[in-house]
Design a binder for this molecule. Structure first.
Ligand code: HEC
Length: 150
């Protein structure tokens, strides 16, 4: 038994604990960003456009304008609904309730690609970094209907 507890083993456990601790500190300190500061890439929105056409357009329309009971995903009412929430909130809403006929069927990467396309369609600018493929990693990205001053 004792022979398995080598010095190397302890060192590995120590490194893992350190890595974990570092992650927690990093996420607690993640600075708040805003959808107006470029939180997705143009390439990502392009992938999202394709995924949107396959999974969402039948109900929400090719131009995101909404059809019948499926609301628009661009414009005043949509932005009002999501004003002062986070990209993580919208991600969670999409991943857990949409597509309405198959909720939970889309992987995180597809959901974030589609969210990037929705952001692009609402006039938020593209940037250098892609929207991450997971809800927890984008709770610091604020959605503001109006571009913040400054
Ligand atoms: C089968 C039809 C259908 C499909 C497919 C569908 N939706 Fe929906 N969606 C709806 C309906 C109806 C509502 C309003 C009722 C509700 O919220 O459940 C809605 C609501 C929403 C909302 C909330 C809008 C707001 O203003 O708060 C979002 C966001 C959304 N859908 C995104 C998507 C995305 C992204 C996809 C593709 C992955 C998708 N939906 C696919 C029918 C659909």
């Amino acid at each position: 038994m004792k022979k398995f507890m080598t010095g190397r083993g302890y060192a590995l456990v120590g490194a893992a604990v350190l890595a974990l601790g570092g992650g927690v500190v990093a996420s607690a300190q993640a600075p708040e960003r805003n959808v107006w500061s470029g939180v997705y890439t143009a390439e990502q929105a392009e992938r999202g456009k394709t995924a949107y056409a396959e999974n969402c357009a039948a109900c929400h329309g090719d131009t995101l304008a909404g059809i019948d009971v499926a609301p628009a995903l661009t414009g005043g009412t949509f932005l009002n609904n999501w004003n002062n929430t986070s990209a993580g909130d919208l991600f969670g809403r999409i991943q857990s309730t949409m597509p309405l006929n198959a909720p939970g069927s889309l992987g995180g990467k597809t959901v974030s690609d589609i969210e990037a396309f929705i952001f692009q369609s609402n006039g938020f600018p593209a940037g250098e970094l892609a929207l991450p493929p997971n809800q927890a990693m984008m709770t610091n990205v604020k959605i503001s209907a109006q571009k913040p001053a400054g």
